[in-house]
Design a protein around this ligand. Structure first.
Ligand code: DCP
Ligand code: CA
Ligand code: CA
Length: 654
């Protein structure tokens, strides 16, 4: 039996949407995917579809360069709020940084629908960014194998028997394109590949989005594989191929070694590939980089990663911000921009309430003056759910501004404003939230038609139940033990991994914690900055306030953090900047709650912090934002009625 136990492993799938923002726009506009399409923000491109990439367009081209490369390409500007918009709109003319505010809401909403599919397909899923997730399919895979073996005659195997694995239709294999192999771990990967195909097909069927996947025995390897054969393909890394694959892999392609940390290792040891690290003992690596980083490096360069798939915690704050160029100098201008931010937060809060049945207590209003190094923040209460209207946040912030009080208020000009809400609390049972309102309806394939939900079984559960036929005694024992017991650790020099030694609870707790909601958020923020709280990850969880990561921004990026010292925190895009700002907001709230001053400390790196957007969890399908300007709801209660229309089918073309 010991031998059999060593032959199982975890099975992890990493799924990443192809040219994500572009696909959202293709579906919304009904444009075929073979039409070159780019999503732009101001004059820069933030997403480029595969047809446009074939024409030579890259993400960091500007619109003018891209048009030259591919005159027939379609350019879609991200949705924005302009003066008077209560919901983000796809404006096509006169869009300007001076007058508009970007909204990523359409992508957040699409992300929520995708994550909902992942969640119902695999309870152990972890959202890794707006368009990617890890799925730990071990249980589903083992269940399928067990079920099939139980109902087939092949159960007559002894401990030493190795199953034959046919790779036809599994996707692309890393390394040798073998058509057959043997072994339990390969069988697990083969079944995971089958489930991955099903999940990807479901995403396509329901939402018309394609995605790519990597299938391997751990998160690092799965993530490396998902990007190898894009778009719309999946790649399997069999255990036998791990060493040759890692040997040639540039160090910088490994998660957490793409930025400064990778450069540090490369320079200290004069290496460029993972294989070149193999000659160093764990003691040498620990002596150079510290105990935990050293042992993590020793493992990771061999493709060993024990990091568990854990659910991304629900966001504990939300923020909307605008850098004002030119700086503003009047209350009328301030009121104008606050109204736009207020509308944005209003929509996000109503959606969040529908998903999570919670409501924030506190608004924090940050103001940055051009000559001040950091922003000043003041806080006030948010009106309760039923009294909340789209302009509530504007009005409260204006009241804070005019009341002055901290020496910074009422000073002009203003360079940047940010409004955050936090301190979420669950709504009372007596308060009817939009979530409850929606509980009885689920989308059908037909727009506007609703049906009573039926629980969706996990893929493993969809297989036919185990046959009642009693298998031969020896095989039964062997197989049951094989699947029920925890796998034994694999030798660390083989590249094999084991299951998480301390099983995790994957559906964690509500938004509040015993230390208060902000404490919970604070912990979440700091832990998610490191790659894995419980794995031997390098300890430097709080990076300097520059923007390390796969796409470090230059100091002339328009996406600068206004709270960090000038030039020290530049981001490649608004999304990363927004996440960074959420971190500041959380810190400010956290410090205020402890009676501190809300001073800026070093924020997490943009590359390693997990998204704190409210799209962190998949959820109910809701009516999408109405097109065009619409009358705003008078209160959140009215908004609830407004939202309580029959939900639309997934993938509806708005
Ligand atoms: N994004 C952005 N700015 C960046 C990187 C990404 O705004 N610097 C947005 C646009 C992308 C989305 O996030 O569509 C997902 O990012 P990915 O890196 O996964 O890139 P894509 O999904 O666009 O392409 P790929 O098919 O290569 O994954
Ligand atoms: Ca992607
Ligand atoms: Ca991605």
């Amino acid at each position: 039996m010991d031998e059999a136990l060593k032959r199982t492993d975890r099975v992890i799938v990493h799924v990443d949407l192809d040219a994500f923002y572009c696909q959202v726009e293709h579906v919304r506009l009904g444009i075929p995917t073979d039409v070159p399409l780019c999503v732009q923000q101001w004059q820069g491109l933030i997403a480029v579809n595969y047809a446009a990439r074939a024409a030579g367009i890259k993400r960091h081209c500007n619109v003018t360069e891209a048009r030259k490369l591919c005159p027939e390409a379609r350019f879609v500007h991200v949705a924005t709020f302009a003066d008077g918009d209560t919901t983000p709109q796809y404006h096509s003319e006169g869009i300007s940084y001076q007058t508009h505010k970007v909204s990523l809401d359409p992508y957040r909403k699409a992300s929520m629908k995708i994550m909902a599919i992942f969640e119902r397909s695999c309870p152990k899923y972890q959202r890794a960014s707006i368009d990617e997730a890890y799925l730990d399919l071990t249980d589903e895979v083992n269940m399928r194998i067990k079920t099939r073996l139980a109902s087939s005659s092949s159960t007559d195997m002894d401990d030493d028997a190795e199953p034959d694995v046919n790779w036809d239709g599994a996707g692309i294999l890393v390394g040798d394109q073998v058509s057959h192999s043997t072994g339990w771990r390969d069988l697990q990967l083969r079944v995971a590949a089958e489930i991955s195909q099903e999940i990807r097909a479901t995403v396509y069927k329901e939402l018309q989005y394609t995605c790519s996947a990597g299938i391997a025995h751990n998160k690092t390897l799965a993530k490396l594989c998902s990007g190898l054969n894009k778009p719309n393909k999946q790649t399997v890394l069999r255990q036998a191929a791990v060493s040759p694959f890692m040997e040639k892999l540039p160090l910088g392609e490994i998660r957490n070694l793409g930025g400064k940390r990778g450069t540090e290792v490369e320079e200290a040891l004069g290496v460029t590939t993972a294989g070149e690290l193999w000659k160093y003992s764990v003691e040498t690596l620990q002596a150079k980089f510290g105990a935990s980083t050293g042992s993590w490096l020793y493992d990771i360069c061999r493709g060993i990663c024990h990091e568990p798939v854990t659910e991304t915690a629900i966001a504990k704050s939300m923020m909307a911000a605008k850098t004002l160029r030119p700086h503003i100098k009047t209350v009328a201008e301030l009121s104008h921009w606050l109204e736009i931010l207020s509308n944005e937060l209003y929509n996000r809060l109503i959606d969040d309430n529908a998903l999570n049945n919670r409501w924030p207590r506190v608004i924090t209003f940050h103001v940055k003056h051009p000559l001040d190094a950091s922003s000043h923040s003041r806080r006030t209460d948010l009106p309760p759910f039923h009294d909340f209207v789209a302009t509530s946040i504007r009005d409260r912030c204006l009241a804070l501004w005019t009341s002055g009080g901290d020496g910074s208020a009422s000073r002009w000009p203003i360079e940047r404003i940010a409004v955050g809400v936090g301190g979420f609390e669950k709504l009372d049972a007596g308060v009817v939230s939009v979530k409850n309102f929606f509980k009885k309806v689920e989308p059908t394939d037909e727009p506007g038609v609703v049906k009573t939900p039926t629980p969706t079984p996990a893929p493993g559960a969809e297989s036919s139940p185990p046959s009642r036929r009693k298998p031969p005694a020896k095989a039964t024992n062997s197989l049951q033990n094989f699947f029920n017991a925890a796998p034994a650790p694999a030798p660390s020099n083989t590249g094999a991994t084991t299951t998480n030694p301390s099983p995790q609870k994957h559906r964690p707790p509500s938004s509040s914690s015993s230390g208060g909601p902000l404490d919970a958020f604070f912990q979440t923020t700091t832990t998610t900055t490191s790659a894995t709280p419980s794995s031997p990850t390098p300890q430097k969880s709080e990076q300097p306030a520059s923007a390390p990561g796969p796409n470090p921004a230059s100091s002339d990026s328009p996406f600068q953090c206004a709270t960090c010292p000038p030039g020290s925190a530049a981001f490649t895009d608004a999304r990363e900047l927004a996440e960074h700002n959420d971190w500041h907001m959380a810190m400010a709230l956290h410090n205020e709650e402890r009676g501190g001053g809300g001073a800026a400390a070093a924020p997490p790196s943009s590359s390693s912090s997990l998204s704190s957007s409210t799209a962190a969890r998949g959820g109910k399908t809701k009516t999408g934002p109405a097109r065009g300007k619409r009358k705003r709801a008078t209160t959140a209660g009215d908004a609830r009625s407004r939202k309580a229309q029959p939900p639309l089918a997934f993938g509806r073309r708005e």
